[in-house]
Design a protein around this ligand. Structure first.
Ligand code: NAP
Length: 250
């Protein structure tokens, strides 16, 4: 199991108070990492789970709708936990409306959080990781990194952008010891997908199309995150790992 051991590593997970970010933070701690929990809502429940696993958790208050907290997030993590080895860019939002009606506000909000903050946090972490000669960056992509979706134009643009950025950063940083990859979750039961699951017809259509026959749970993402955070993935660069119950294979 030493290939997947994260003992002594320090991770940042954004949006770690709930959903996929919470599950990934707890999975990384389960593999041995100490975790900085970054977000606008304090991730106290996540911190308690991490502490119960015998690892350290640090709460870092930050609103990622702008990039102003980026440098402070890196500094607080290094000061509080003594390093920085892993960044999980998970925080994200979605706005739904027909494209003919879609507002500039819904465009900017999603692009700023899901794409701009992802890049500049990766840049700030990348500077530290390049200087120390090692690091792991994991961006949270989507099925809409590969597919068009419907009624979510800024989300599709942002997540397609995350896929491109993941490959670009891998091209620049793979030779410097920094692995940049992404996880593309399929349809996962979280607050982000409440609206889809509340729509009985959409919910049935989605479930019927998933080869695994069920919505994913946030905990289904943990194994992929530990893999991409660990030395098991040292020769994996610019990959977008779908964890989707077979959705893309269909
Ligand atoms: P979620 O339960 O809505 O969680 C989103 C997280 O992002 C929350 O912690 C939220 O914090 C945080 N966040 C949003 N805006 C933020 C901001 N301005 N500053 C700081 N944190 C912010 O959704 P989720 O499903 O776990 O989503 C996590 C990631 O997975 C997102 O990038 C999402 O696009 C992606 N994803 C989800 C699915 C799915 O099926 N659920 C599929 C593909 C990709 P608050 O609680 O404070 O709002």
């Amino acid at each position: 199991m030493s290939l997947f051991d994260l003992s002594g590593r320090v991770a940042i997970v954004t949006g770690a108070n709930t959903g996929i970010g919470q599950a990934i933070a707890v999975a990384l701690a389960g593999a041995g990492a100490d975790v900085a929990l970054v977000g606008r809502t304090p991730a106290e429940e996540t911190a308690a789970q991490i502490t119960a696993l015998g690892r350290r958790a640090l709460l870092v208050a930050a609103d990622l709708s702008t990039i102003s907290p980026v440098d402070r997030i890196i500094a607080e993590t290094r000061d509080g936990l003594g390093g920085l080895d892993i960044l999980v860019n998970n925080a994200g939002i979605i706005r739904r409306a027909d494209s003919v009606d879609f507002s500039e506000a819904d465009w900017d909000a999603v692009i700023d959080t899901n794409l701009k903050s992802v890049f500049f946090l990766a840049q700030a972490a990348g500077r530290v990781m390049i200087a120390q000669g090692h690091g792991k960056i994991i961006n949270i992509a989507s099925m809409l990194t590969f597919q068009g979706g419907i009624r979510v134009p800024s989300y599709t643009a942002s997540k397609s952008g995350v896929g491109g950025l993941t490959k670009l950063l891998a091209n620049e940083w793979a030779a410097k010891g920094v692995n940049v990859n992404a996880i593309a979750p399929g349809y996962i039961a979280t607050a982000n997908t409440d609206a889809l699951r509340a729509d009985t017809a959409r919910n049935a259509a989605i479930e019927a199309r998933i080869p695994a026959g069920r919505w994913g749970q946030a905990s289904d993402l943990g194994g992929a995150a530990v893999f991409l955070a660990s030395s098991a993935s040292d020769y994996v660069d610019g990959h977008i790992l779908a964890v989707d119950g077979g959705w893309l294979a269909r």
